[in-house]
Ligand binder design. Sequence first.
Ligand code: IPE
Ligand code: IPE
Ligand code: MG
Length: 255
Amino acid sequence: MRLAPTKKGSTDPNADAAHAADLTHGARHVAIIMDGNGRWAKKKHLPRALGHKKGVEAVRNIVRVAGEMGIEALTLYAFSSENWSRPADEITDLMGLLRQYIQSDIDEFDENGIRLKVIGNYKALDKDIVQLIDNALERTASNDRMTLAIALNYGAQDEMLRAVQAIATAVKKGDVEPEQINISHMSGALDTAELPPLDLLIRTSGELRLSNFLLWQAAYSELYFTDVLWPDFDKRELQRALQSFGARERRFGGR
Ligand code: IPE
Ligand code: IPE
Ligand code: MG
């Protein structure tokens, strides 16, 4: 499925930008903790695997919708560094769905100007998945309508540790003095380095925690929690979250 015409097809770029700002309420970067697939399945007396399958459909839909709305970056928490503690068969199901998703949706990413990005230590996943991801990253690298960042084997503490290690290496090489290290060095060493600042962080399924997601980036993000389970999260729910975001007064510590 193709999205509505891109910015490039428009005659009045200003009108397009204004339209996008209307729909997104000014949110450039939205991240979602996609939680509740298991409970969705349980409620319907279905196996958990079917909950994850429905979850992928919700991903597909939200990626389209976010692209159409004009969101610049959408970051989705798909598999955490702590999710390895789940039973082996569930991990196999999740990895199978990931394979299928990349293979089946890569053409659509390209058609719709979606640049894929992966955050987290994805190189530790199965070799064939790493290969699929690397191909998809390369193929979509010059797309510029929206960046879809998928968090795979991601943990914010692990991400920050890797950033600190990179900075410590730079110090050791004499490229930077310890007392010169600043917030930009740290932001720039994180997996999210080239993404816009995180405006809105959404979590579905009623849990009120961040579960090791984007801990640095969320410093001044607006938080939105909904009881809706991830497989039921649709365009209307995203609009609700964005409306709530639009009604917030962001002060960043000022007055
Ligand atoms: C979110 O759904 C998907 C992943 C964490 C991979 P869950 O599988 O966590 O669903 P619940 O929380 O058990 O309902
Ligand atoms: C967070 O959900 C991770 C993802 C959505 C990928 P979890 O279901 O793993 O989080 P907890 O265990 O409830 O904190
Ligand atoms: Mg969960």
